[in-house]
Design a protein around this ligand. Structure first.
Ligand SMILES: *Cc1c(COP(=O)(O)O)cnc(C)c1O
Length: 393
């Protein structure tokens, strides 16, 4: 079999073997419904409490502030829609940013159609939210500020503590989509004044289809799924017990290994960034140079088409992402790259590489050596590049 280098860990991660192992008995042996009264199912109720507590501990939260969902998208939808509904009598204005994940942006658009006003705050050229703009956007009717902890495309980490303080000062709820940050960065909900936080299992070596929403005690929040009394009557449906065990195990594992793992990833990431910037001409790094996720690198190459780059990397066994929406057949470049000020033609030539703890410098050498050749090859076929070279002479 040929080489396979998986460098798309922002899209999803491998489920850790110990996570799979912890989950298995909840499919085959302990399959009882946690709501049943007989003792056969009693252990399942207990294991849910245990995992809820373990996750709460990683955030400095209380167990009864963690609500299990079917993933990051559901948590984001819930946070925005339920807050909008519960606080509509106070006001109908919500502040978010231009670089959020579509789970936030499309939910915001949905709310706009239902009479809410949304302000999409700008970011600077590194992808950091402009705090002065955020402050200016606040109105007496603002009920919620939702800003992602770290961006999934360019990796930039936001000044979450400052944003939390601004929200608190004005008595506005603060939600953060921490799907990329949770498990990679230390988070304490009290220190950062976070009222709601979204996370997802499959982004931290846990299973897909499970996530949670942290909701601070005292926040008025409506049920998201109506039905049974699960999740304190806020989110009905028989609990995904194997998934809950999976995300709990993954969260504890990520928390325990965070320091060592992210130090190693940061070193390999920086090696990758340095080599690419030094050895490939007409190339830029997108996102903040240092305030970025330990596993994220995002580049734009002039005179190169991102999709062609991905196909040629795939032929070398390298899984990467363009960081643009082109994959769905749409030709719109990424909203994040446009928000940091990249012109369309440069945003189109972008590449996101997201590593994990298993990726070594030797792997990076293989990637960069191939990337150099591929970029040169694609430029040689580009009439724009030909013109550019002629003009240089
Ligand atoms: C992946 C991702 C989501 C969606 O999470 P799912 O569990 O796949 O629904 C939301 N926000 C961010 C920042 C993400 O990276």
């Amino acid at each position: 079999m040929g080489k396979l280098l998986y460098l798309d860990n922002a899209a999803t991660t491998k489920t850790a073997p110990e996570v799979v192992e912890a989950m298995l008995p909840y499919f085959t042996e302990h399959y009882g419904n946690p709501s049943s009264v007989y003792s056969f199912a009693a252990g399942n109720k207990e294991v849910i409490s245990k995992e809820r507590e373990a996750i709460a501990n990683t955030l400095g939260a209380k167990a009864n502030e963690i609500y299990f969902t079917a993933g990051g998208s559901e948590s984001d939808n819930w946070a925005l829609k339920a807050t909008a509904e519960a606080y509509a009598d106070k006001g109908k204005h919500i502040i978010t940013t231009k670089i959020e994940h579509h789970a936030i942006l499309h939910t915001a658009e949905y709310l706009e159609k239902r009479g809410f006003e949304i302000t999409y705050v700008d970011v600077d050229e590194d992808g950091k939210v402009k705090l002065d703009e955020l402050k200016k956007a606040i109105r007496p009717t603002t009920i919620l500020i939702s800003v992602m902890f770290a961006n999934n495309e360019i990796g930039t980490i936001q000044p979450i503590k400052e944003i939390g303080e601004i929200a608190k000062e004005h008595g506005i709820l603060f939600h953060t989509d921490a799907v990329q940050a949770y498990g990679q960065l230390p988070i304490n909900v009290d220190e950062y004044h976070i009222d709601m936080l979204s996370a997802s299992g499959h982004k931290l070596n846990g299973p897909k289809g499970i996530g949670f929403l942290y909701i601070r005690k005292g926040v008025k929040i409506r049920s998201f799924v109506h039905g049974g009394a699960q999740e304190r009557k806020r989110r009905a449906g028989t609990e995904n017990v194997p998934g809950i065990v999976g995300i709990g195990t993954a969260a504890v594992r990520a928390d325990k290994t965070m320091k060592e793992r992210t130090a190693k990833e940061t070193e390999v990431r920086d090696y990758l960034i340095d080599r690419v910037l030094k050895e490939i001409p007409y190339c830029r790094l997108n996102g903040h140079r240092t305030d970025r996720l330990p596993n994220n690198a995002n580049f734009s190459f002039r005179f190169v088409e991102g999709e062609s780059l991905l196909i040629m990397l795939d032929m070398k066994g390298i899984c990467a992402s363009s960081g643009s929406a082109c994959t769905s057949g749409s030709l719109d470049p990424s909203h994040v790259l446009l928000a940091i000020g990249l012109p369309h033609e440069i945003a189109h030539g972008s590449l996101r590489l997201t590593i994990n703890e298993e990726i070594t410098k030797e792997d990076i050498d293989y990637v960069v050596d191939n990337l150099k050749e591929i970029v040169a090859h694609l430029r040689n076929m580009s009439p724009l590049y030909e013109d550019f070279v002629k003009k240089q002479k």
